[in-house]
Design a protein around this ligand. Sequence first.
Ligand code: BES
Ligand code: ZN
Ligand code: ZN
Length: 480
Amino acid sequence: MECKLVYAPLEQVDADAVAVVLFEDGDGIPAAKIWLDELKSSGEFSAKSGETAVLHLPQGLKAKRLVVVGGGKKDKFDAAALRRSAGSLTRALKQKGVKRLALMLGGGSVEAAVEGAILGNYEPDMNKPSTDAKPLEAFHVVAAAKTAELEQALQRGVILAEAQNFSRDLGNEPANRMTPTVMAKQAQEMAAAYGLDIEVLDRDRMQQLGMGSLLGVAQGSDEPPVLIVLRYQPAGGAKSKDHLALIGKGVTFDSGGISIKPAEGMEKMKYDMCGAAAVIGAMRAIAQLKPPVTVTGFVPSVENMLNGRAQRPGDIVKSLSGKTIEVLNTDAEGRLILNDAITYAKKLGCTHLVDAATLTGAIVVALGFVNTGAFTNNDALLGRVMAAGKEEGEKMWHMPLDDDYKDLLKSTFADLANIGGRWGGAISAAWFLKEFAEDTPWVHLDIAGTAYLDDAKPHLAKGPTGVCVRTFAKLAQSWS
Ligand code: BES
Ligand code: ZN
Ligand code: ZN
């Protein structure tokens, strides 16, 4: 989709449809007043967030349609609301055969508007030969002025949203087409296209290093595991003082292993690599945005299956950290692959660790599908992550991680058990990872409830959301 900044009065905007935002409590764009007053007084349009109304051949306008988008309450219309409105608008209009859409922005965020449109234009079947998707061809932002600053904001929005859609593409692939090997290949192609260094550690290499925890999960599948390492270096080639690690859970299918999952809904476990997809997508955006900090992406990727070699409940594995783990439940595999990646990141000199993982059903019980669960051993780093998330409209909720929860992971036979019992499951999972992060500043994002949508939203298609791509990229950009 062509995205462009234009500067024109409403009457002269050249598009199949030109959109204006109207608020529940106040006027929208003054130039559109005659149409809007009529629409409002008709009672057919309440201006609630996400609502749209289409007026055909409005007199005096060059565009064929005037579209009114509900913005909800004016004082609540922030960048996140604008992003959603632009998404809803795009999704509503592409169904109606509109190809070229313009949005009158006034003073709103150009970046958020273009992000919303690109994300809303995305359909999971866009690459299928028999697709029904009818995406928009052009999205024009009609801004209050045409400045270099706004042009840059538009470019940032394009980079971020396209990286997020790339992440959604990875997440959408079924597990037979998205094995660890395929994920490594996709990461390699991305790295080559965007100028990142990449290294893919195979099973032998991981064995040499001593990643017994990750390999224990992998041994139940015929698909070989990988650990993908993507490297970004700021201009000049010198490492910055801080070194940020982004770590993503890449379980390409989670059957549960010997502790097998129930059949119902198991198909959704193809999404168990959405943390990995977020890291790969974020690294793509970072390669383009060129933040001032060294960033390395770590993607441990395995398939959690149950062949005759599969690990059994009760097995004890030795992690790269040296800590031994009693595997009481083979379905708690995310933490088993992540701990080795966390230790490896520390060994490579990373000073700040942020991971994203579809780690627990328990976080979905706690927070539903709205907030990502955020855990940390360092409030300052969490503050930076949450600030980036707020800027990008990706909601996070700070979850507790007090010492009182630590005992949940006690094992008679090893240093740690890999599960902590029924209650507080998201917290014991996070505590498990904390045992490996140790004193290195670390944030864990449990995205099990936010990584994919079971049903489409007005502004977003069903399937992977690409959550954390923009937050991660913004986090790196905000580094100073
Ligand atoms: N991949 C799942 C978590 C998950 C659940 C993601 C629902 C998305 C939606 C994870 O590997 C898992 O199975 N966790 C178990 C842990 C339990 C065995 C301690 C869970 O949450 O039930
Ligand atoms: Zn599992
Ligand atoms: Zn899993």
